[in-house]
Design a protein around this ligand. Structure first.
Ligand SMILES: Cc1cc2nc3c(=O)[nH]c(=O)nc-3n(C[C@H](O)[C@H](O)[C@H](O)COP(=O)(O)OP(=O)(O)OC[C@H]3O[C@@H](n4cnc5c(N)ncnc54)[C@H](O)[C@@H]3O)c2cc1C
Length: 265
């Protein structure tokens, strides 16, 4: 099922919190969330951001929406609170030229209505593995948290995470046996700078059955793929690896590059 066929959700911003200067937490609520599928934390939704700011969100046909009228931006369902019918997203406040989503989150007010579609599936970590290896950065925070919360309390492994400062959100969600290696104070990942990759090369990854999950900037993703296959000798099916953005490229350009270079959407 592609996104065009996934249900639309009209929700209201219940809370908007600047958790860190570089991170918004958005809590979206609505009675319709009672029908939101369960167990989808870590999967993604697409915010539908009108190209025409005057567009009436309620004029959108739920059964045959014209999605060309919107910028579509993917965000991870980090939490769904069934009792209060709220869905939590974490949105990076990055320093690049703001795109539609960055402008939206800076401007959106509590009480404002938003439209989204989804959820779409993301592979989650194999919780039966003997040793876990996770790699992520701010855009993947929601997904990393959802994966950490799936791990057994006895889980052992490593998480390498790129962020300006250590995040208590991660520390609180992390099983004790998983060591968090924060990459702080480094330049963000780009075409010429690969802190996640550099740190991984320094780690001693045990020769056990690994559960590997990674989401990061596009250029780093390509390097990680080779490292997983050639150095860690993992089968393609034994790891989940994707890119959530590409430095210097809009989401549309990033997706086009992925298609051109043979990566699935
Ligand atoms: C499955 C999936 C789940 C995702 N979940 C989340 C999530 O939960 N939280 C989240 O913050 N992001 C998430 N992302 C990433 C998010 O969709 C992109 O960052 C998106 O490009 C932001 O849109 P924009 O309109 O702000 O910028 P765009 O119009 O896409 O790009 C404008 C400029 O901003 C730059 N840019 C965009 N994002 C970043 C970034 N994160 N860091 C630095 N520069 C950037 C671009 O390179 C470009 O130069 C997810 C992506 C995918 C594919």
């Amino acid at each position: 099922m592609n996104m065009a066929q996934r249900p639309l959700w009209w929700l209201t911003v219940r809370e908007k919190t600047l958790v860190y200067p570089f991170l918004w937490k958005l809590s979206l609520a609505g009675d319709s969330l009672a029908a939101f599928p369960r167990g989808r934390e870590g999967d993604y939704i697409k915010l539908l951001l009108p190209k025409d700011p005057g567009q009436d969100l309620h004029a959108v046909d739920a059964h045959n929406p014209d999605l060309n009228a919107f910028f579509k931006r993917s965000y991870t369902v980090c939490e769904v609170d069934e009792i209060s019918s709220a869905l939590t997203l974490y949105l990076t406040r990055h320093e690049a030229n703001p795109g539609p989503a960055a402008r939206f989150v800076d401007a959106v007010q509590v009480g404002q209505e938003v439209l989204l579609t989804g959820p779409g599936p993301v592979d989650q970590i194999d919780v039966s593995a003997e040793h876990f290896l996770l790699l992520g950065d701010l855009p993947s925070l929601g997904a990393v948290l959802a994966n950490l919360r799936r791990l057994p309390a006895s889980a052992v492994g490593d998480l390498i995470f790129e962020a300006p400062v250590p995040l208590s959100l991660i520390d609180d969600a992390c099983p004790k046996g998983v060591t968090v290696h924060y990459l702080t104070g480094t330049l963000p990942s780009s075409e010429t700078h690969f802190p996640l990759m550099d740190k991984l090369q320094q780690l001693k990854v045990p020769k056990l059955r690994l559960g590997v999950w990674a989401a990061c900037e596009y250029s780093t993703m390509k390097l990680l793929k080779h490292y997983f296959l050639d150095e860690l000798k993992l089968e393609k099916s034994a790891f989940y690896l994707t890119s959530y953005f590409k430095q210097g490229a809009t989401d549309e350009q990033h997706k086009q590059t992925r298609r051109d270079e043979g990566y699935r959407d």
